[in-house]
Write a protein that binds this ligand. Structure first.
Ligand code: ARG
Ligand code: ZN
Length: 858
């Protein structure tokens, strides 16, 4: 059944207070929930109280202390009729956490108990108005065997505890901040903590703890440091202070997503907590810092101000992603972080926006909300708010967010509330800008630059593609940071911000008697696709000289994309290919040898545009052709710049481990160099990979070497893979890497390897990290996913069908890989579609998978 945004109605009852009592057991947990309910004066009067449930049967129900029988089940929901204005409703339920393979609600993981309630998991614990606009204070009591569950945690502050019987203990937690049910959390298990203290700007002392399993304590230092940095940063940059006496983070190895911002008790996938140099790459360290920041920042953008309904998800997610991006920019290299974020947007969000699952950042309807935790809601949502910040400037944007936090504190708000607060606080007119919330699809901007009477005339045109359910779009405001470089001096007269608001518009710039070189959408100021004719020489100039690091990266990408687009269409003579490669080679060599560049940035500039971004450039594409041309260019660059690449690899070798930027930069260019050499000079690269692997004193180097080796048909390949496995077989996060490296490798036998790995004793579909490490890595990256016989498609469809009854949320996440069929050449498209149809025909499909499959076929 389809849920529509326009159908929102406030709930008929308020629930100011909730008391929960858990009698904990892995196989049986008994929950007594006491709800104080009272009529909501702003809602339409309704004597029925509808409480959501999912797979629950009530054991006992009392109203105002007396057992009642006058309740009915409507589907999975419990419906009571209440005569008066205010009542106390008490409900007993019983659940089996160890049977909960969906990992929503209360479940068992590795002998401990934990929860995940966003979006609609609380209804799997007890009957409740499980919607984000019902805010309550929670008092939680839990008891259980002390040896099995020595640590008992919930939201808020620990208020009491003790021993109730021989070997049984209990704890009581109270969270004074009213919150929706999706922010409830409980953890019980045998855990140890790294503890610290943070003093807030007003002088309040907060006890911090990162809880993990005993053997993992040594890998928690970075998480704790990241938490402390996040708390400080939010005070300084957004004026936000923490508001409880305790902040707990718990790492759990079975988790559907990255992490969860439960009030005062964040629960994390171990992947985003545990890190040490032996087992985590530099990228993993960044992931931990970013996600710790993200969940912490939700305390204000999400918890203190939550969402009125799930259509407003981007209110908290888009804003919080922007906040975590800005945090990471401040903690490391801002330029590199921006490039990485744009790369993610292009690889994950652009395909979503141009395919059957396209939706606005504030969707209009859904069947299963879990399917809308998307790159569009999160990452495009962040870009939309970033545009407001660009138009307002940092200071005025801060006034806007101050007003938002101040005005809506304690409320369940809407995206409209946010825009209105920024509009007023920052002094912007956002009337037309609101279209970014309602229209799906990335606008395409066509660019023309001409010279007229000593003026440079920039003519821009925007068009937005039709998306499912939306045609005939209106022009949106597109803020573009630009600079015009003088050809003689190689300088520009200052960056400017122009805002394209109409379908077509011209901007004039005086003082040019020669056509300047245009640097456009600097910093990626707008999430749009740019269409322009520009000479390769001009791109070579910008790639070498632009003072905006993103624009420099972009020029290099454009140069390569422009060439590959032509080459993939088969429209290139050998001479033309040689000429294009020569231009790219010149720019690439300049990047390799420019000693004013820091290595982190150099490593970024060296990365070729991804296959999915290239596919985006074409209406319909052949994945095999894209792969062949892209690898062909990589091999040519590897051979053509072999000496420079080898020099980089050598310069970066023999440097001992440190986490400073210089050392990280060296590790980055070292593996990048190896990647190109592997394509251009595979035998040489196999030797260097072997050296790098043997000399490695950290995971970044070791994984980089193994990744390169895994793609080669080298006699040393198997030995390196088994050495890696033997070394790390007891560390599940590294075993995940071992699976992923093989699944996403460039090796022509990758599909066969994946099938063999599925039989490995360490493989299981029940752990989401493990399932993704094999199959997500494969579908997202292996060229053999698109193998011409359709075997890759068949395998992923089989995975979806096998995973759906176990964990529908994770199963549904595989559907988009097949869902792109319309953009693939007809032979493969037919096979992909056929697999989608096979899934659709399966009996008892989950709502999650059904929705994604039917939209993909629709
Ligand atoms: N709010 C969490 C975050 O952004 C994501 C939780 C989503 N969970 C889910 N089951 N859909 O960090
Ligand atoms: Zn979030």
């Amino acid at each position: 059944q389809l849920i529509r945004r326009e159908d929102y109605r406030p709930f008929a009852w308020n629930v100011p207070q909730v008391a929960l009592d858990f009698v904990l057991g892995l196989n049986q947990t008994r929950i007594t929930a006491r709800l104080d309910v009272e009529r909501n004066p702003v809602a339409e009067a309704d004597p029925t109280l509808r409480l959501n449930g999912d797979g629950l049967t009530p054991v006992e129900i009392r109203v105002d202390g007396a057992v009642v029988q006058s309740w009915v089940m409507e589907g999975a929901d419990l419906v009571l009729t209440l005569p008066g204005e205010a009542h106390q409703v008490e409900i007993v339920t019983e659940i089996d956490p160890s049977a909960n393979t969906q990992l929503m609600g209360l479940y068992a993981s590795n002998g401990m108990l934990c929860t995940q309630c966003e979006a609609e998991g609380f209804r799997r614990i007890t009957f409740f108005p499980d919607r984000p606009d019902v805010l309550s204070t929670y008092r939680v009591r839990m008891s259980g065997p002390k040896d099995q569950f020595p640590v008992l945690l919930s939201n808020g502050n620990h208020v009491d505890g003790g021993e109730s019987a021989e070997g049984v203990h209990w704890a009581e937690w109270y969270d004074p901040w009213p919150k929706p049910s999706y922010l409830f959390a409980l953890v019980a298990g045998d855990l140890v903590a790294r503890k610290d203290v943070f003093t807030t700007m007003s002088g309040r002392k907060v006890d911090l703890a990162v809880w993990v399993r005993e053997g993992d304590l040594g890998r928690t230092e970075h998480a704790m440091e990241s938490l402390i940095k996040s708390m400080k940063w939010d005070e300084e940059r957004f004026g936000r202070e923490y508001d409880l006496d305790t902040f707990n983070i718990v790492a759990v190895s079975d988790f559907n997503m990255g992490a969860m911002e439960n009030k005062g008790l964040n629960i994390f996938n171990t992947k985003y907590v545990l890190a040490d140099s032996d087992s985590a790459t530099d990228g993993d360290y960044d992931g931990v810092e970013g996600v710790i920041g993200h969940e912490y920042f939700h305390n204000w953008s999400g918890n203190r101000i939550t969402c009125r309904d799930w259509f407003q998800l981007s209110l908290k997610e888009g804003f919080t992603v922007l906040r975590d991006q800005l945090f990471s920019q401040d903690m490391g290299s801002a330029a590199v972080k921006r490039i990485e974020d744009v790369r993610v947007l292009r690889a994950a969000q652009f395909p979503e926006d141009s395919g059957p699952l396209a939706h606005p950042i504030r969707p209009d309807s859904y069947r299963e909300i879990s399917n809308f935790y998307t790159a569009t809601v999160y990452n495009k949502g962040a870009e939309v708010i970033r545009m407001m910040r660009t138009m307002a400037g940092e200071e005025r944007f801060r006034q806007g967010t101050d007003l938002y936090f101040d005005r809506h504190d304690g409320e369940a708000a809407t995206c409209e509330d946010f825009v209105a607060a920024i509009e007023e606080g920052a002094g912007l007119d956002l009337a037309q800008f609101r279209l970014w919330y309602s229209q799906a699809g990335a606008p395409r901007v066509t660019v023309e630059l001409a010279l007229e009477d000593g003026e440079a005339v920039l003519t821009l045109q925007q068009s937005a593609p039709a998306t499912p359910g939306q045609s005939g779009k209106q022009p949106m405001p597109i803020p573009l940071r630009i600079a015009l470089f003088d050809r003689e001096s190689g300088q520009h007269g200052g960056e400017q911000l122009i805002v394209l608001t109409q379908e077509q518009q011209s901007f004039r710039f005086a003082g040019f008697d020669q056509l300047p070189i245009l640097s456009l959408n600097r910093g990626f100021s707008a999430p749009v696709a740019i269409d322009r004719e520009i000479a390769a020489d001009d791109l070579v100039f910008l790639a070498a000289r632009d003072d905006d690091p993103f624009a420099r990266y972009e020029a290099m990408q454009d140069l390569i994309v422009g060439h590959l687009k032509k080459a993939i269409g088969g429209h290139l003579s050998d001479d033309d290919r040689a000429a294009a490669r020569a231009a790219i080679g010149t720019a690439f060599r300049a990047i390799l040898t420019d000693d004013t560049l820091d290595d982190l940035m150099r490593g970024e500039l060296m990365i070729l545009p991804g296959a999915s971004y290239l596919a985006e450039q074409m209406l319909v594409s052949d994945p095999a052709e894209i792969h062949a041309e892209r690898e062909g260019l990589k091999a040519w660059l590897g051979a053509h710049c072999g000496a420079e690449l080898q020099a980089i690899h050598q310069r970066a070798s023999g440097v001992s481990y440190s986490r400073d930027a210089a050392a990280r930069g060296l590790r980055k260019v070292k593996t990048q160099a190896l990647v190109y050499l592997a394509a251009g000079k595979p035998e040489l690269a196999a030797g260097l990979a072997q050296d790098q692997y043997q000399a490695a004193d950290n995971m970044t180097d070791r994984q980089g070497a193994l990744m390169v080796m895994a793609g080669l048909e080298s006699p040393d390949r198997d030995a390196m893979l088994s050495d890696f496995y033997d070394r790390y077989r007891d560390n599940p996060l590294v075993v995940d890497k071992w699976f992923a490296i093989q699944a996403q490798s460039l090796h022509p036998g990758a599909l066969r390897h994946v099938k063999e790995l599925a039989e490995h004793p360490d493989f299981t579909l029940r752990n989401p990290n493990r399932a993704r490490s094999l199959y997500m890595a494969f579908a997202a990256a292996s060229p053999t996913f698109h193998q011409a016989d359709g075997e890759g498609y068949r395998m992923i469809a089989d995975v979806i069908l096998a995973l759906d009854p176990i964990n529908p949320q994770t199963a549904a996440r595989f559907v988009p890989f097949l869902g792109r069929w319309r953009r693939i050449e007809p032979k493969r498209a037919a096979m992909m579609k056929q697999e989608l149809e096979r899934i659709a025909a399966a009996p008892a499909l989950s709502r999650d998978t059904y929705e994604q499959v039917s939209r993909s076929l629709g």
